[in-house]
Design a protein around this ligand. Structure first.
Ligand SMILES: [Zn+2]
Length: 275
């Protein structure tokens, strides 16, 4: 990608290295010290542990509020994510404006390990996600390393596609797309987000932000994280009924459709007869 001229978005919350806030996270260092002291003062061990846990919880809570910096991070990976987000804001801002609507910008939360969202606790293992409840995109940058090594889908545009896909879910929220009630619906929702990622890619191209080979990178990523491919890797067989994101071929098809047309109305997976 060519993002030199793209301004980084300020709608970034950098929770890397901050911790999650206690729940299920065991005792922090302060908590352990308090638990040990309480124990030696003669409290029974469970009470001592409870006191320690409460202290950890309090510390974690204040830490989260005080220390999660907002604004574009300075490090390379954080800058990149913030610039991609900035590009999606520009593109979707324009698309919404064209239909006399206002685009409400989502917040990107960078985290490592675990994170607490309005949708509950989440770990890095589940991959990037969008939470409609707080309109935030949650991204553990280690997923980008996974893309490169585990899924063999290298390249910066592959990473941008992942962010653009989550932004696609945000667009769905803004346009009133309801939450899925079944795997079938979930697949349609996911493929539409892929198509929206393609729509963004189309306009990023018009902004001269793409380099040769970028589309291929995103297609490789879409292929690599199709449900069939992931299932094959995880359990050695494919169970189509349990797909929630769509097969590799379907993900590629819908991403391509958005990329070629650049129009969100071409992303209507819900009335498509075949996916
Ligand atoms: Zn998704």
């Amino acid at each position: 990608m060519r993002l030199e001229d793209q301004e980084a978005s300020d709608n970034v919350e950098d929770r890397r290295g901050i911790g999650v806030g206690g729940i299920g996270g065991g005792l922090g260092v302060g908590g352990i010290a308090v638990a040990v002291i309480a124990y030696f003062l003669g409290f029974d061990p469970m009470t001592a542990l409870n006191i320690g846990q409460q202290v950890s919880q309090m510390q974690a809570d204040t830490r989260e509020v005080r220390e999660a910096p907002r604004g574009a991070p300075k490090d390379e990976a954080g800058q990149f994510a913030a610039k991609v987000l900035g590009s999606t804001e520009r593109v979707w801002g324009q698309i919404f404006a064209n239909s006399n609507a206002q685009y409400r910008r989502p917040t990107l939360v960078l985290f490592d390990g675990q994170v607490r969202s309005a949708c509950g606790m989440a770990g890095a293992a589940m991959g990037p996600f969008y939470c409609p409840g707080d309109e935030k995109l949650y991204l553990d940058l280690s997923f980008f390393r996974d893309l490169q090594t585990r899924f063999r889908a290298p390249g910066d545009f592959a990473q941008a596609y992942v962010i653009a896909h989550e932004v696609g879910h945000h667009v769905q929220k803004l346009t009133g797309r309801r939450r899925p009630g079944s795997n079938q619906e979930s697949v349609r929702l996911e493929l539409q987000a892929d198509c929206y990622a393609g729509v963004w890619g189309h306009h990023a191209g018009e902004l001269n932000q793409l380099s040769p080979g970028d589309a291929e990178e995103a297609l490789a990523a879409a292929t690599a994280i199709g449900d069939d491919r992931l299932q094959q890797q995880a359990q050695g067989r494919v169970v189509p009924e349990s797909f929630t994101h769509g097969s590799s071929a379907q993900r590629v098809r819908w991403f391509k459709r958005g990329l070629e047309s650049g129009r969100p109305k071409d992303c209507d997976t819900f009335s498509a007869a075949s996916l």
